[in-house]
Ligand binder design. Structure first.
Ligand SMILES: CC(C)(COP(=O)(O)OP(=O)(O)OC[C@H]1O[C@@H](n2cnc3c(N)ncnc32)[C@H](O)[C@@H]1OP(=O)(O)O)[C@@H](O)C(=O)NCCC(=O)NCCS
Length: 152
């Protein structure tokens, strides 16, 4: 696993595009996100090829998984699990970790459930998709949910 900086914007955009066709952010957007204060971005390698990434934002005693994605050619091989474990290991134990996930994103929801993330909110119609709007669930892993740790 390697730490990303703004020079990795194209790499992140390419994995994001492959993992979420039609819904990915541009390399320019990634350049800004990578340079933002509190950003922590890690890239998981499959041999010499970048295979997945996790972009975390930390601010005010809280952290947010802004995006996690694994290239389709490398999915279901534990890459997202390793990226989340790496993020949790880097967080201060008292820091709550939040994220938003589309209600119908069953793969991501199963991943997060395995770590013990629990729903703490809902944003109706938050995501615009080709099949219409869809709710976002806000998930949290923190003190009240047993604390950040390894996958259960
Ligand atoms: C969600 C995503 C990041 C998972 O990446 P991954 O590297 O394949 O995940 P892992 O191999 O670590 O899987 C860990 C667990 O998550 C769950 N999971 C992952 N993909 C799944 C799928 N397609 N269907 C059901 N459960 C799934 C399983 O519980 C899996 O454990 P198992 O393989 O032992 O059954 C990947 O599917 C992806 O990039 N999706 C598109 C981007 C996205 O939706 N990101 C989340 C935005 S909130």
């Amino acid at each position: 696993m390697i730490s990303a900086d703004p020079s990795h914007a194209e790499v992140l955009a390419a994995i994001h595009r492959a993992a979420m066709p039609g819904d990915a952010w541009s390399a320019d957007a990634w350049r800004s996100l990578l340079a933002a204060p509190g950003a922590r971005t890690r890239i998981a390698m499959d041999g010499t090829a970048p295979a997945g990434f996790l972009h975390l934002r930390c601010a005010g005693g809280e952290a947010e998984v802004v995006m996690i994605a694994t290239h389709p050619s490398a999915q279901r091989r534990g890459i997202a699990t390793a990226l989340l474990e790496d993020a949790l290991a880097a967080l201060d134990g008292g820091m709550a970790l939040f994220l938003e996930v589309a209600e119908r994103n069953h793969a991501a929801r199963a991943l997060y459930a395995g770590f013990g993330f629990e729903p703490v909110g809902r944003r109706p119609g938050y995501y615009r998709t080709p099949s219409g709007r869809q709710d976002a669930l806000v998930l949290r892993l923190g003190h009240n949910t047993g604390g950040p740790g390894q996958r259960r």
